[in-house]
Design a protein around this ligand. Structure first.
Ligand code: FE
Ligand code: FE
Length: 192
């Protein structure tokens, strides 16, 4: 990302997001770079994906659905049940179409930042975790989450996914199959 791109994307985020979500996006980009350095992922791709991962978060549902369907092909009952999931594939489609970002790893990291999936790439894990450990975050368990993210990526992923799944189940929500796949994959593969 050139300085000019960074500036343009930042302005675009500012126009599309609340102050809270804008700040979160900058924090996730910073945290993604830090984790990328720590685990040997591509820092530039991490910054780009981190910066743009939530660009569709506050778009109206119709726009989110329209973009998500460009990438997911058909409507999913899980998106109906949990409309919050839409913003991730929608963001991947948006940055590809409107910003001309073609890099598949960056697009996948954005697309799967909420659900996760089986066989996640290093960059996908970096973005997934950065969204949990960025400086703006506070929730019960953040201390443990941050300390795991700093020393063991697989343990951190397991912790984040069990936190997500447990929370969804406790609240009577559906769990997207990609999230279950991500969790099972970590346990079955012993983490790669
Ligand atoms: Fe998100
Ligand atoms: Fe986020």
């Amino acid at each position: 990302m050139t300085d000019e791109q960074r500036q343009n994307y930042t302005e675009l985020l500012r126009s599309r997001l609340s102050d809270y979500r804008f700040h979160h996006s900058l924090c996730v980009a910073e945290e993604a770079v830090r984790l990328a350095k720590l685990y040997g992922a591509d820092e530039k791709k991490a910054e780009l994906a981190g910066l743009l991962h939530d660009i569709m978060k506050e778009a109206d549902r119709e726009e989110q659905t329209r973009y998500a369907l460009m990438i997911c092909r058909r409507p999913s009952p899980y998106f109906e049940a949990s409309p919050k999931l839409l913003h991730a594939p929608a963001a991947a489609a948006y940055v590809r179409r409107e910003l001309g970002i073609k890099n598949r790893e960056v697009l996948a990291a954005i697309r799967y930042h909420t659900t996760g999936r089986a066989n996640m790439s290093l960059l996908e894990k970096v973005i997934f975790l950065a969204d949990f450990t960025s400086a703006d975050r506070s929730y019960h368990g953040i201390g443990k989450m941050r300390s795991l993210a700093n020393k063991d990526m697989t343990k951190a992923m397991k912790y984040a996914l069990s936190y997500t799944i447990t929370d969804l189940v406790a609240n009577g929500k559906t769990v997207h199959p990609d999230t279950i796949d991500a969790y099972n994959d970590l346990l079955l593969s012993g983490g790669r």
